[in-house]
Design a protein around this ligand. Structure first.
Ligand SMILES: NC(=O)c1ccc[n+]([C@@H]2O[C@H](COP(=O)([O-])OP(=O)(O)OC[C@H]3O[C@@H](n4cnc5c(N)ncnc54)[C@H](OP(=O)(O)O)[C@@H]3O)[C@@H](O)[C@H]2O)c1
Length: 264
């Protein structure tokens, strides 16, 4: 499937990776639904799009509000009558030791990163099955493939996405629905600033990795051809991507290396 005249719903569209996807998909002629909590920022993103923006719709959602999500997904479906691409991209990170992390923080990270994506997908999926077409894209992370210090809840939420969406992929392949799990490395966004500390407060510091990471624009440029090629698992980033292969091939050595590395 190419993106022209297709409908793409992007969560986390107000900044970083999601924002860059909005610009790239708009350039490719897609009809877009932009979602996140901050309606005014979504409006800015829409205003930044060049040319005709009449096919860009804003739908504010809070992924932490589980009960409201099915209705939001129905509204998204009604916007253009269908959804061809669902980008489950909105998410939040965490920076705190296990012993210093409140249960509410772990639950909140799971709620936004995992249950939020699940709820939207479950509501959109029947219409994709009816139409026998669709593509669900999930922004995981390298933390969906291994864990490091200070990211237990975040890594757990991203690992959970792999289990769920790998299973879904098997169920819906016969319905011509594709599922792609995307594992970014360090991408230069505010993800670390927006991360939660153990007491639920905002971390407010730019991560060293992100500071020197790939630009979200370049990330989006690299991602979209891989989506068009229907890749099932996608790794985009710098050297940190090697961790995925090391974990797979030499897990004990890799864990030793990780223990010795500085983690911020
Ligand atoms: N940047 C990286 O290095 C990196 C690496 C691996 C994975 N990722 C993943 O990439 C995705 C996008 O993150 P980013 O790097 O672009 O960071 P970001 O700039 O912080 O963007 C996060 C997006 O998620 C939205 N969001 C956060 N909480 C939400 C909630 N409760 N309800 C609805 N939307 C919410 C935010 O919008 P509002 O504040 O307007 O709600 C924002 O649009 C995330 O899933 C993240 O885990 C990022």
């Amino acid at each position: 499937m190419s993106f022209e005249n297709k409908v793409a719903w992007i969560t986390g569209a107000s900044s970083g990776i999601g924002e860059a996807l909005v610009y790239a998909l708009h350039e490719k002629g897609a009809k877009l639904i932009l979602s996140s909590r901050r309606q005014n920022v979504l409006q800015n993103v829409k205003d930044n799009c060049r040319g005709d923006t009449s096919n860009i719709h804003i739908l504010p959602i809070d992924l932490a509000e589980a009960e409201a999500l099915p209705e939001k997904a129905r509204q998204a479906l009604d916007t253009f009558g269908q959804i061809d691409y669902l980008f489950n991209n909105g998410g939040i990170s965490q920076r705190s030791k296990v012993t210093e992390t409140d249960m509410e923080v772990t639950r909140k990270v799971m709620e936004i990163n995992f249950f939020g994506s699940v709820a939207l997908t479950k509501t959109v999926l029947p219409s994709m099955i009816d139409r026998q077409t669709g593509h669900i894209i999930v922004t995981s992370s390298v933390m969906g493939k291994f864990g490091t210090r200070l990211r237990s809840s975040y890594a757990a939420s991203k690992h959970a996405l792999h289990g769920y969406f790998d299973s879904l992929r098997q169920e819906v392949h016969k319905d011509n629905i594709r599922v792609s799990l995307v594992c970014p490395g360090y991408i230069k966004t505010d993800v670390t600033k927006n991360a939660l500390e153990g007491d639920g407060s905002k971390h407010n510091q730019m991560g060293k990795g992100q500071q020197h990471g790939m630009s979200p624009t370049k990330f989006a440029q690299k991602l979209l051809p891989k989506i068009e090629a229907e890749k099932e698992e996608i790794y985009i980033g710098g050297k940190e991507i090697w961790g995925i292969y090391l974990k797979r091939l030499v897990p004990t050595i890799f864990n030793k290396i990780l223990r010795q590395m500085e983690v911020t």
